[in-house]
Design a binder for this molecule. Structure first.
Ligand SMILES: [Fe+2]
Length: 189
């Protein structure tokens, strides 16, 4: 198995998505690849920063942590896909990419607490996973979430995530984001 480094992280992720992107996205009508690309495209159309476009594209990379082999074990990955995604990205991408990924599930719990109409718009699969994720935030969880400097980006990513489930929507491909992703990869000191 290839060891992941800052030299090959973008190719490594592209390879995973090429091989496994046609798997269906957690009970939704789109494939994983369509879901990632739609999320990135929604971010780009919304005028998001490069970091937030990258976060939108990579937000569910935590579903593939077994692909990261030794790195995954080293990084102490658990089964929560948002933490797993952040863990595999943290060595290679800045906090502006990693933090919104890490917070994208909590952002759903946050929005369910503060925006009643948000819950009504969730897909059936997303409502089902909400319970397993802990349900809507309570008041103190809302306050603590709002104190994060990444609140705005995490909520924006969440909305792109929720919107990225449209059957048959055409988008740019992964290769259209390679340059943007490479520009964000951190080089070790
Ligand atoms: Fe997602």
């Amino acid at each position: 198995m290839t060891t992941v480094s800052h030299h090959n992280i973008v190719d490594f992720i592209e390879d995973i998505i090429e091989r496994r992107g046609s798997e269906s996205y957690l009970g939704e009508v789109v494939s994983m690849r369509e879901h990632f690309l739609q999320a990135a495209d929604l971010a780009a159309r919304d005028g998001a920063s490069d970091s937030l476009i990258a976060a939108s594209l990579l937000h569910d990379v935590g579903h593939y942590t077994s692909e990261f082999g030794e790195n995954a074990i080293e990084l102490g990955i658990d089964n929560l896909h948002q933490d797993a995604g952040a863990s595999v990205l943290v060595d290679f991408f800045p906090p502006s990419v990693v933090q919104p990924v890490k917070m994208h599930v909590d952002a759903k719990r946050y929005l369910c607490a503060v925006e009643p109409a948000y819950f009504d718009g969730l897909s059936p699969a997303s409502v089902q996973s909400l319970a397993a994720q802990g349900g809507p935030f309570d008041k103190s969880e809302v306050e603590s979430f709002e104190s994060s400097p990444w609140l705005d980006d995490a909520v924006r990513l969440r909305r792109y995530d929720d919107g990225a489930k449209v059957q048959g929507r055409s988008t740019p491909g992964f290769s259209d984001y390679v340059e943007l992703l490479r520009s964000l990869v951190m080089t070790p000191d």
